[in-house]
Ligand binder design. Structure first.
Ligand code: UD1
Length: 360
C-alpha cells in the first residue's frame, strides 16, 4: 500500500504529522508532498522541525496568488507527481486551497481521496474555506470526521454512510503528543509575560483584516482590552501587510507584545498558559477547548460548533462592544465549561490508518 499525503499551509502540518508518524511506525510506504502554499520559514519549515516531521519528498513551490492561481498551480503541478507515484490513496487535511486542488487532481485520475476533518460547515459561502470543504467532501472517498455533527452534514448532503468515519481530531493528537515538550519552551520569558497574566491574539481571516473598517474596529476593541491585560499578538503576514496599508499601526502601540508568527511549541505553550485567547482561526478554537483556556472567536459563525457547546469557545464576531463584553466576562472569572469532545483523545491518526489498512 502506498499513501500520498498532501500539505500546503500552516494549519495542515499539525493535522498530518500524527498520520505520518503512524504510517512510519507501521512501515507503510508514503510520499509527503508540500504544495508550497505557505513558504516563509515561520509559516512552514519551523513547524516541520517542531513536529518532528520528515522533510517533504516533493515541494511544488506554488507560493501566493489569487485563489484561482493558487488552486490552479497546485492542480497542474501535483498531477504528474500523482501519475508518477501511483498511490493507492491520497490523504488531504483541512480546508485550504491546497486541500481542494489535490483532491481534484486525484479524483480526476481515479485515485481514492481520504479527507481528514471532513464535514465541517460554517454555512457561510463567503469564506473560501467553506467552498473548499464542500467541494472536497463531494468527491472524497473516505470522510474522516472530528465531531458527530460533521457526519450529519455529510449525510444530509447525500454522502453514503459507508464513506463516513468518525475518528476524532488529528490536530489534538499532535497537541497531546507535544504538550509536555511545549512546557520547555522559553517563550514566556522571552516575551516577558507570566502565566495567566496575558492574553493571546491571532487574526488573519480576509473578512476581518482585508477591510479597513472591520480591522480598525477589532484593533480598537483589542487595544481597550490590552489596557488591563497585555496581549501577545504574533502577526500573520497577511495581517501585517493590511495594518500598515490601512495606517493602523498606532492602535498597537500600548499593551501589545507583537511578534512574528511563532513555531508550534512556542505557540502551544503560550496558549496553554494564557488567561484568554482572542482569535479568528479554526484550529485554535479546538486547541483552547482541550487546554481549557477561554477562547473568544472573532467570527460570526464557526464550522467547529462543538467548541462552543462543549468547550470554552464563544463567538462574538467583529463587533467592538461584543468583543469587550466577552472579554470582561472572562476576566471577571465566570465559570467555564471545560469538556473535551468525544474521541479527541490522541488516537485519531491510529483510527484513520486502521480504516485505510482494512479497506485498501
Ligand atoms: C490560508 C488558508 C486559511 C488558513 C491560513 C492559515 C486558504 C484559502 N486559506 O490563508 O484557511 O487559515 O492559511 O495561515 O487556503 N504570505 C506570506 N508568507 C507565507 C504565506 C503567505 O507572506 O508563507 C502572505 C502573502 O502575502 C499571501 C498572504 O499572506 O498573499 C495570504 O496567504 P494565503 O496562503 O493566500 O492565505 P492565508 O491568508 O495564509
Amino acid at each position: 500500500m502506498k499513501i500520498l499525503c498532501v500539505v500546503g499551509a500552516r494549519p495542515n502540518f499539525m493535522k498530518i504529522a500524527p498520520i505520518i508518524d503512524e504510517l512510519k511506525s507501521r512501515n507503510i510506504d508514503y510520499v509527503l508532498v508540500h504544495t508550497g502554499q505557505h513558504y516563509d520559514e515561520k509559516m512552514s519549515q519551523f513547524f516541520f522541525v517542531d513536529l518532528g516531521m520528515p522533510k517533504p519528498h516533493v515541494d511544488l513551490g506554488v507560493g501566493s496568488g489569487s485563489h484561482a492561481k493558487q488552486t490552479g498551480e497546485v492542480l497542474m503541478r501535483i498531477e504528474p507527481i500523482m501519475e508518477q507515484e501511483q498511490p493507492d490513496v491520497v490523504v488531504v487535511v483541512g480546508d485550504v486551497n491546497s486541500t481542494l486542488a489535490a483532491t481534484l487532481a486525484a479524483a480526476k485520475l481515479g485515485i481514492p481521496v481520504a479527507h481528514v476533518e471532513a464535514g465541517l460547515r460554517s454555512f457561510d459561502r463567503s469564506m473560501p474555506e467553506e467552498i473548499n470543504r464542500l467541494m472536497t467532501d463531494s468527491v472524497a472517498d473516505y470522510l474522516f470526521t472530528t465531531e458527530e455533527l460533521a457526519g450529519e452534514h455529510l449525510r444530509r448532503e447525500g454522502i453514503d454512510d459507508e464513506k463516513i468515519f468518525f475518528v476524532g481530531n488529528t490536530m489534538i493528537d499532535s497537541l497531546f503528543k507535544h504538550v509536555k515538550r511545549a512546557d520547555e519552551s522559553k517563550i514566556l520569558d522571552q516575551l516577558g509575560v507570566a502565566p495567566k497574566k496575558y492574553g493571546v491574539v491571532t487574526l488573519h481571516r480576509p473578512s476581518n483584516v482585508d477591510q479597513p473598517e472591520s480591522l480598525r474596529g477589532i484593533l480598537e476593541a483589542l487595544s481597550t482590552i490590552a489596557r488591563d491585560l497585555p496581549l501577545v499578538f504574533p502577526i500573520h503576514p497577511r495581517t501585517r501587510k493590511r495594518i500598515s496599508e490601512f495606517g493602523l499601526d498606532s492602535l498597537l502601540e500600548q499593551g501589545f507584545i507583537l511578534s512574528e508568527p511563532l513555531g508550534y511549541l512556542d505557540f502551544l505553550r503560550l496558549n496553554k498558559d494564557a488567561r484568554l485567547v482572542l482569535t479568528d482561526s479554526g484550529g485554535i478554537q479546538e486547541e483552547t477547548t482541550v487546554l481549557g483556556v477561554p477562547c473568544i472567536t472573532l467570527r460570526y459563525n464557526t464550522e467547529r460548533p462543538i467548541t462552543v457547546t462543549a468547550g470554552t469557545n464563544q463567538l462574538v464576531g467583529a463587533d467592538k462592544q461584543q468583543i469587550l463584553a466577552a472579554a470582561l466576562k472572562v476576566l471577571s472569572g465566570e465559570a467555564e465549561k471545560k469538556q473535551i469532545p468525544p474521541l479527541w483523545d490522541g488516537q485519531a491518526a491510529k483510527r484513520i490508518v486502521d480504516v485505510l489498512q482494512q479497506t485498501l
